[in-house]
Design a protein around this ligand. Structure first.
Ligand code: ADP
Ligand code: MG
Ligand code: ZN
Length: 655
């Protein structure tokens, strides 16, 4: 069992958190602070304006989609201001994860909620009073606790951030009565800026937030709700298990969520997938709170890849690297669908959202709707479902439909990243064949997102870095993404930084993480670069991986793969294919991985390594408990190339 109670001291000790208490910094320092603490080079849309507003001491409301980067809008001003920022958040698990992430960046943060034992809470409050903490997360139910408000008055509060602010509104989908405790904040702390943040876009909720919080001439910042890195598709629900397997096969070793209608479906599908060797867990209201928490932790810590869940799952997680969200049954509304799919690809890297669509499910939903007694309510629910059906039946761009649903004008008629705009996506998946990743056409879906070339990163090095990340995260008892995100590792495996200075150029590497993890990661990179005679590459500044869509894996577009596939069918050896095509062995092996993922029937038997070598490698994969290359190579040594290991892995997957 993972530790459930947060031990602030131990975490702070491990990470050596120190503080630079209160220093007013000018706006020109914003970018510097962003890089220094978070390791990011540029702001996402609106972040800079919002931060400026908060630094001016004024109220604001921030509407951004999930993954838009809301947290930074209050975390950065908190660091740059004198005093301590209060962050109010409804979800205990989120508080802990955010505090872990802040501490890993060297920012003195902590939280107080019902899971913190009284002794420890007292200690945290003392640290808040002494000016040591920059950000204190609190649960809304803490505010009316006798004495707590008096305590708050003893602090020098720089700003109050209200995360998931829609929880204050009964018009929203997630009203929390405890959030009503926030109504008196403006009156009690008249001079402290309040920043309310939410991903819920409806006008009614927005107006309600402003009213309930009694915000003072608030500026409302609304960013685009487009998530260009998410691809959308709807597939007829035939032989759904095979479709799911194909989709998961394409995202091997990556995090996925499968949303199901009922607890039964959830358990059934998880069990079926487990039989095929997938690492799954379930989450639904039928499980005890302990089991739910445990399963969620395992997902966040990458101990399992696939969460099979009802929609009860998801609110409490900020996991940035979910690469696939499948809806096994119809969502109840487009709002719900957008929110559930929004949990994919928070890190801005490509992710897929797939709806399995069937009329049988429609009847199931309609049956439930017929049971609703309140006529108005019944009509409302039916209308919501009708919109979902429209979405499933679309013959025009799905992104356009979604954005228009949320009243966002979307000028382009084709986004290039949904199954309608990119029919190849649909065709390939329908046949139950994975591997259909779309390459973004020249026309970009994002508005104002900086362009980025897809990075052709070194997958073997990426695997080695991932392995190191897991080790470090386990030792610190934090989720792996807290150490470094996938984006950061992919950049490392692209530019091969070999010095602290070069490492600091990588996105997501701030000063604290460079000091704490730099040596170990540089060691792995240096060793790998030496072995493969790779030189450090200069990372062009300002071209950090961005929100624009990029293929997460090799793209099966036909062209380059077809050449390799034709030669495979002629039983030509890998070496010969590489020679004829003027490509490296590694590239050809990568082609084979993609081709086999797309079509497992492709005959590659002539490439099978000698049986004794195959057995040795397969046994070592089994021993190291997975698919990662680096640990296997570490054990077997130089006598086995990464290419051979990868090839064996392909054959193992076919069995
Ligand atoms: P939200 O709360 O809006 O859902 P988060 O605050 O959790 O989004 O941010 C989503 C992800 O984007 C996080 O992994 C965060 O570190 C990252 N992020 C935020 N701002 C930036 C930025 N300026 N550059 C790069 N990554 C960013
Ligand atoms: Mg958030
Ligand atoms: Zn489209």
């Amino acid at each position: 069992m993972q530790r459930m109670v947060h031990h602030a001291e131990s975490m702070a000790e491990i990470l050596g958190v120190s503080v630079n208490p209160g220093k007013v910094v000018g706006n020109d320092c914003m970018k510097h602070t962003l890089k220094q603490y978070f390791g990011y080079e540029t702001f996402r849309p609106l972040q800079e304006e919002i931060i400026g507003r908060v630094m001016d001491g004024k109220d604001c409301v921030v509407l951004m989609p999930t993954g838009g980067g809301k947290s930074l809008c209050f975390q950065l001003p908190a660091i740059m201001s004198d005093g301590i920022a209060l962050a109010i958040s409804p979800l205990i698990s989120l508080m802990k994860d955010q505090v872990d992430a802040l501490q890993a960046n060297g920012i003195a943060a902590d939280f107080i909620n019902s899971t913190v034992p009284p002794d420890e809470a007292r200690h945290i409050l003392r640290r808040a009073q002494s000016g040591e903490l920059k950000i204190l997360y609190i649960a809304p139910e803490r505010l009316p606790v006798p004495g707590f408000e008096d305590f708050l008055r003893t602090l020098c509060i720089s700003l109050i951030a209200i995360d998931e602010a829609h929880c204050i509104s009964e018009w929203g989908h997630d009203f929390r009565p405890d959030y009503r405790n926030l109504q008196s904040l403006r009156e009690k702390f008249p001079r402290i800026p309040i920043i309310a943040l939410t991903a819920t876009a409806t006008e009614k909720v927005r107006a309600d937030i402003v009213k309930q919080l009694d915000l003072n001439e608030p500026r409302v910042f609304i960013s685009s709700f487009n998530r260009p890195n998410l691809s959308y598709s709807a597939i007829p629900k035939k032989d759904s298990l095979q479709t799911i397997r194909a989709l998961l096969g394409k995202h091997k070793g990556e995090s996925a969520i499968i949303y199901c209608f009922s607890r039964n479906d959830t358990e059934k599908i998880a069990a079926q997938l487990a039989q095929y060797g997938f690492k799954t867990a379930t989450y639904h209201a039928g499980l005890t709170a302990d089991v739910r928490r445990h399963n969620q932790e395992r997902f966040i810590r990458d101990e399992i890849d696939i969460m099979v869940a009802t929609i009860a799952f998801g609110m409490g997680i900020d996991k940035p690297d979910v690469r696939l969200v499948i809806h096994h049954s119809l969502p109840k509304s487009i709002e719900g669908y957008y929110q559930e799919t929004g949990r994919a690809g928070r890190d801005g890297l490509p992710a897929e959202c797939v709806l399995l669509f069937s009329y049988a499910d429609t009847f199931k939903q309609k049956f439930f709707i017929d049971q609703i007694e309140d006529v108005a309510e019944q009509k409302n629910v039916r209308e919501k479902l009708d919109e979902v059906l429209r979405y499933g039946n679309l013959s025009t761009c799905r992104r356009r439909f979604l954005l228009r649903y949320f009243n966002e004008g979307y000028d382009a008629t084709a986004c290039g990243n949904c199954d309608i705009c990119k029919p190849a996506l649909k065709a390939v998946v329908i046949e139950g064949v994975p591997g259909a990743h779309t390459r973004q056409s020249s026309q970009r879906a994002s508005r104002g997102a900086p362009s980025a070339e897809p990075l052709d990163y070194d997958m073997a090095l990426f695997e080695a870095l991932r392995h190191l990340r897991t080790q470090e995260a386990t030792a610190l008892q934090v989720p792996p993404y807290v150490v470094f995100g996938d984006k950061t590792l992919r950049e490392m495996a692209t530019y091969f930084p070999q010095s602290d200075a070069a490492l600091l150029q990588i996105t997501g590497v701030g000063e604290r993480k460079c000091a704490q993890f730099g040596k170990k990661f540089l060691d792995v990179i240096r060793r790998y670069a030496q072995q493969h005679h790779i030189k450090e590459k200069v990372r062009p500044s300002g071209t950090a991986l961005t929100a624009s869509p990029m293929p997460a894996k090799p793209i099966y577009t036909g062209s380059t793969y077809d050449g390799t596939k034709r030669m495979l069918m002629q039983k030509i050896s890998i070496e010969e294919i590489a020679k004829r095509r003027g490509l490296t062995l590694g590239t050809i092996v990568a082609h084979i991985e993609t081709i086999i993922a797309a079509d497992p029937q492709t005959d590659i038997s002539h490439l099978h390594p000698p049986q004794d070598r195959f057995d040795t490698i397969a046994a070592t994969f089994a021993k190291t408990g997975g698919t990662a290359l680096a640990p296997v190579r570490h054990i077997l040594g130089d006598g086995y190339s990464y290419d051979e290991l990868r090839l064996v892995r392909v054959f193992m997957n076919l069995r």
